[in-house]
Design a protein around this ligand. Structure first.
Ligand code: CA
Length: 252
């Protein structure tokens, strides 16, 4: 195994898309602290925008103080759980206090990085993918009604795409007093590329198309822009957000 030190770089783009009047997606990252987040808000009035931006701000704030910990890698799952719990409470209590924000919530997909290890966090139907050796692999599992039916063998993928229930998510941040977080821990190889995105990207573009854009050698920010432009060209029915995180070695 290579022992080269990994250097992470990132780029992000968000876009309202072509149909929605506002952008309820939010993203944030800190390369210094190894934190990358995409949130897709929902809820009437301004609720969606409020929920997704509270989620990004709170998670960044809570997780960037973690660097004081000893043996960060072993503590990471617990730190992530604690941060999600506090963030969930922050959104939920805000929605309880303000009638206009009642019922608001957000998805959250995140990537936490510590040297050669990453943790993908997920609540809802935003996604984390890993591109390795030019092959794209979905890391997170969607918490959506139709995806759960597909995993149980009760619905085909084609039926899921057409289903009128395809927007129903089974987990969200801030809609209830408690939330369950999925955490996927992965070993990083030099050259790995991670994509975090909202469903505005993955509803418009299939994995093969995303893979072909990511497989090019252009700069990270231009690959982000190409993904978003392709999703808009395919319809742009929803807000579109993507973050790319690249793990380069000092040899490459
Ligand atoms: Ca969305």
């Amino acid at each position: 195994m290579s022992t080269a030190v990994l250097h992470y770089t990132a780029a992000a783009v968000t876009d309202r898309g072509r149909k929605r009047p506002s952008n309820e997606d939010a993203f944030g990252f800190s390369v210094e602290h190894g934190i990358y987040l995409v949130c897709d808000g929902m809820g009437g009035a301004a609720g969606g925008e409020v929920a997704s931006s509270i989620a990004v701000d709170e998670m960044l704030r809570l997780l960037s103080s973690r660097s004081e910990c000893d043996d960060l890698a072993s503590q990471m799952p617990r730190l992530a759980e604690d941060a999600i719990r506090a963030t969930n409470e922050a959104i939920f209590s805000r929605s309880q206090r303000n009638l206009n924000l009642s019922g608001m919530g957000t998805t959250l997909v995140g990537l936490l990085v510590e040297e050669r290890r990453v943790w993908a966090l997920n609540v809802g139907d935003s996604r984390c993918y890993r591109m390795r050796e030019r092959r794209l692999e979905q890391i997170t599992l969607d918490h959506s009604l139709v995806e759960e039916q597909v995993r149980l063998g009760r619905m085909t993928r084609a039926e899921a795409l057409r289903s009128p229930l395809r927007n129903v998510i089974t987990r969200a941040l801030g809609t209830q007093s408690h939330v369950t977080l999925d955490i996927f821990e992965l070993e990083v190889e030099p050259g790995d590329l991670f994509l975090l995105c909202s469903d505005g990207l993955t509803r418009e573009l299939n994995d093969g198309l995303i893979e072909s854009v990511l497989a090019t050698d252009s700069a990270l920010d231009s690959r982000c822009t190409r993904l978003v432009e392709a999703a808009k060209k395919a319809g742009g029915h929803d807000n579109i957000t993507c973050i790319l995180v690249s793990a380069g070695s000092d040899k490459s």
